[in-house]
Design a protein around this ligand. Structure first.
Ligand SMILES: Cc1ncc(COP(=O)(O)O)c(C=O)c1O
Length: 486
């Protein structure tokens, strides 16, 4: 290699460059947190960029490599992305990571331990098991519980359903392929990834049996026997029931105790999609929401939605961890010697991913600092804030709340007084959301329930205050009145 070329390599790995840029980045982020604490007016929660405008700007940044500092780049990324740490962020379900968890993420990225086999991730594999044990104990799982951390709730749900298929089906699908009709049962309000998992497994539309919900958007569990009989009469083998804890749109929790009893009586796998809400198990005050979770065969829970970790970290925990080894029974002599044994420490035997990063480190960092107390404090705080705004909404006749919030998700819409009802209420609520986002002090989302548009909040920032929520409602009311007056 010619000397000039090698200089690039020396520069890229230069310890002093790294020290300088690293310190500058941490300073940048700490100042950013301070500015948000002071609620600096010039930080818009969602800076506005049209897609093509954003793309051409970012593409042109690559035209003259090496001419600007890394701090320029990092500041630009920070300024132009959505600001989850802003107290006005109340949008999609993803939390502002605790800064120390993000530092764990940096170390993870730096070390790049591959994790597929023990040798390639000694601390990561061990920390992963420790984290899983904490979660399993919190759910009240058996002594045989085990599991893994994976990249997101979508993948965790798919993996759990693959395990269910391996454990429940009368047919050896893994070796022979799909030779029979199979299905899962899930509430019609479940996250789309459950349906996607059934389709990936080749079960088609018949493979997703959607159970209707009640007026609180919870699965009507009393319908399960009838839907099971119906499936059987069509020659469909029901492999699993998926309970939502909670549903995405309204944050409604299915009755896990009833689903668990039904599954046990019928030898069906019980999986809980707790991507968002299983985290409530960490709070003494809120764990009632997931009562019955201990009867599940498997649970998926995202640490990046409700437990302060950077994306993605999802725990997939099985009540009987030995079942995980049935999911992917494959030979791989270049990775492990013994295909048949239950080697917990060679993670790729049980996981969809081969190489995976040390997902445990950000979570382990928080447990190392605070035990589970931080998780519990966080859940209590965001859920209580949600109860606060619910109280404010109930006190004003102009607001309609379709379902009292169970946790930190709430939907509501503005209903004009009867004399002004001729206006399009869906359009009005979409307008409120648009204006709120353009205003820059808040980011909220919307959903559609029974063809009506609702504003939707997931309160994920524990530093949001009651005053912030009052200010949001004042702003929303102002936009509503402006719309009506036009
Ligand atoms: C109930 C539920 N399940 C699964 C998912 C998907 O999780 P992830 O985004 O981690 O893949 C979501 C995402 O919002 C969700 O709300």
């Amino acid at each position: 290699m010619i000397e000039k070329e090698f200089n690039y390599i020396l520069d890229a790995y230069h310890p002093e460059n790294f020290r300088k840029e690293g310190h500058a980045l941490v300073d940048l982020l700490a100042d950013y947190l301070k500015n948000l604490e002071k609620r600096q007016e010039d930080i818009k929660v969602l800076p506005h960029f049209a897609p093509d405008e954003a793309f051409s700007q970012w593409e042109s940044e690559l035209e003259n490599p090496g001419t600007k500092s890394l701090t320029d780049l990092f500041s630009k990324v920070l300024n132009e992305g959505i600001h989850l740490h802003h107290p006005g962020y109340m949008g999609h379900q993803i939390n502002p990571p605790a800064p120390s968890a993000a530092l764990g993420g940096l170390l993870n990225a730096f070390m790049n331990n591959g994790m597929a086999v023990f040798e390639m991730g000694v601390p990561g594999t061990s920390m992963e098991r420790a984290v899983i044990n904490v979660v399993a104990r919190t759910f009240g799982f058996s002594d045989h519980a085990n599991g893994l951390l994976c990249n997101g709730g979508t993948l965790a749900n798919l993996t759990a359903l693959l395990t269910a298929r391996a454990c429940i089906s009368a047919f050896p699908v893994w070796n022979s392929g799909n030779m029979s009709k199979m299905a899962l049962m899930v509430s019609e309000e479940a996250h789309y990834c459950v349906e996607r998992a059934a389709r990936i497994m080749g079960w088609g539309s018949e493979g997703i049996i959607k159970i209707p919900v009640d007026d609180q958007y919870k699965m009507k569990t009393n319908l399960l026997p009838q839907y099971l009989e119906d499936a059987k009469s069509k020659g469909i083998e029901v492999i699993a029931v998926v309970g939502s804890a909670c549903s995405t749109a309204t944050g409604s929790f299915d009755n896990l105790t009833e689903i668990g009893a039904f599954c046990k009586a019928n030898n069906i796998w019980f999986h809980v999609d707790g991507a968002h809400g299983a985290a409530n198990a960490f709070s003494e005050d809120w764990k009632f929401l997931v009562e019955g979770i201990e009867t599940a065969d498997s649970v998926a829970m995202d640490f990046h939605k409700m437990l302060l970790a950077p994306s993605l970290v999802t725990a997939l925990v099985l009540n009987d961890g030995r079942n995980q080894f049935k999911t992917f029974a494959q030979h791989a002599h270049y990775l492990w010697e013994n295909d048949a044994s239950f080697e917990w420490h060679n993670v790729a035997k049980r996981s969809f991913e081969c190489t995976k990063s040390m997902l445990s480190l950000p979570v382990y960092t928080l447990l190392y600092q605070y035990g589970t107390s931080l998780f519990s404090a966080y859940i209590n705080r965001v859920n209580n804030l949600c109860q606060y705004i619910f109280g404010q909404l109930k006190a004003n006749n102009n607001w309609e709340v379709p379902v009292p919030p169970s946790c930190n998700i709430i939907c509501f819409r503005f209903l004009p007084s009867k004399s002004t009802r001729l206006i399009d209420i869906n359009h009005l609520n979409k307008y409120i959301r648009e204006q709120i986002i353009l205003g820059g002090n808040f980011y909220i989302v919307q959903t559609v329930l029974s063809e009506n548009v609702f504003l939707r909040l997931s309160i994920t920032n524990a530093l949001t205050t009651e005053a912030d929520l009052d200010a949001l409602l004042d702003a929303a009311m102002g936009y509503a009145n402006k719309y009506i007056a036009i």
